[in-house]
Design a protein around this ligand. Structure first.
Ligand code: HSE
Length: 353
């Protein structure tokens, strides 16, 4: 009986979640609702063995946790350490990464695009302990992509970051997969769902502060929404795109960044009268060995393709030598949408097993 249980667990992908906020809970909901489909279509079975959250506590069970119970505790605002069952409790995030039996660590702790911490330390600890990282946290990829990628390779594990740009809408995997062979020379798009949602609602007459509250309620905005409205979130995505897809490392100092906080109701009305609309546009252009990058509000004519992108939806156009323009429009934020980005990267690791 014991032997059978062990071999069943050995077949499963063992996952530790660092962070059990919106995205972590989204991942769990997807794994529960798609359990049978993932097993029958892809032979994929997952076991969440550990969850560690700085506010909600830590639980670890080498044989797998009862995910529904963890979700119920989080929804009730209860500490995870009230989990009923035989498991370890009270560990910190680093001990969870180093000492649990997880194959994959999903780094879903809060995003800090200025220091990248504690996520960078989490990634390093995972790699040094032979564990893959799957993350939607922009800090590590924006600040230390090359170094972390090198450390992952050295330890023969993966650093998967699809969710860092446009949540689960495939951007990085599209460029690195189906678009491989194309040289990307420019990228332009709407990369912050919160700002796009806010601009749309402000156009309808809603006040800036009310619409920002609503964006937070809907789970689009970061824990600290200044990162969204001042353009830091889009800037981090621009840096990631340039660093991962253009072989030309840039940093915050190279991005001309302006947020949407200074857009007034008068400017909205003026744009409307001109058959135009304000959008927060991210642009990266490669000229020779130089990359020019910016995030700033632009008043687009309503006939411009990006002018019709509404709500929290994002859009991005790749310009490449062999294909010209390829545009992808899709979700840029949200619990299930970002949870999906984690699933797609986990499945990619599973396919290579
Ligand atoms: N706060 C981000 C946005 C979430 O609004 O786009 C996804 O990165």
């Amino acid at each position: 009986m014991m032997k059978e249980m062990k071999s069943r667990l050995a077949k499963k992908t063992k996952i530790a979640l660092i962070g059990f906020g919106t995205v972590g809970q989204g991942v769990c909901e997807i794994l529960l609702s798609k359990e049978n489909e993932l097993k029958s279509k892809y032979g994929f079975e997952a076991s969440i063995v550990a969850i560690s959250d700085v506010m909600k506590g830590t639980v670890y069970c080498a044989d797998g946790l009862d995910i529904q119970q963890c979700l119920d505790l989080a929804k009730a605002g209860d500490n995870l350490e009230n989990y009923a069952g035989d498991c370890e409790k009270g560990w910190d995030s680093l001990r969870t990464i180093r000492e649990t039996n997880a194959d994959i660590v999903c780094e879903l702790a809060f995003t800090n695009v200025k220091t990248g911490e504690p996520a960078i330390t989490h990634c390093k600890a995972a790699f040094e302990n032979g564990k893959h990282i799957v993350t939607s946290n922009k800090g590590p990829a924006a600040l230390q992509y090359a170094a972390l990628q090198k450390l992952a390779e050295k330890n023969n594990v993966k650093f998967m970051i699809e969710g860092t740009v446009m949540s689960g809408t495939p951007i990085l995997n599209l460029a690195n997969g189906p678009l491989a062979g194309c040289t990307i020379t420019a990228i332009k798009g709407i990369l912050n769902g919160t700002c796009n949602y806010m601009l749309c609602e402000m156009e309808k007459g809603m006040a800036y502060d009310d619409v920002l509250d609503k964006a937070q309620e809907l789970g689009y905005a970061e824990a600290d929404p200044t990162g969204d409205v001042e353009g830091f979130d889009a800037m981090a995505k621009v840096i990631i795109l340039a660093n991962v897809l253009m072989d030309n490392p840039i940093s915050a100092a190279d991005v001309d960044r302006v947020g949407i906080a200074k857009i007034t109701p008068e400017m909205m009305t003026e744009a409307k009268n001109e058959n135009a609309r304000w959008k927060l546009i991210s642009t990266i252009e490669k000229r020779g060995n130089e990359v020019k990058a910016s995030v700033k509000p632009e008043k687009l004519s309503l006939t411009h393709p990006l002018a019709s992108i509404m709500g929290a939806t994002n859009a991005l156009t790749f310009t490449s030598d062999l294909l010209g323009d390829v545009t992808i429009v899709g979700a840029g934020a949200g619990k299930i949408e970002t949870g999906y980005s984690i699933l797609t990267d986990i499945l990619a690791i599973h396919r290579e097993k």
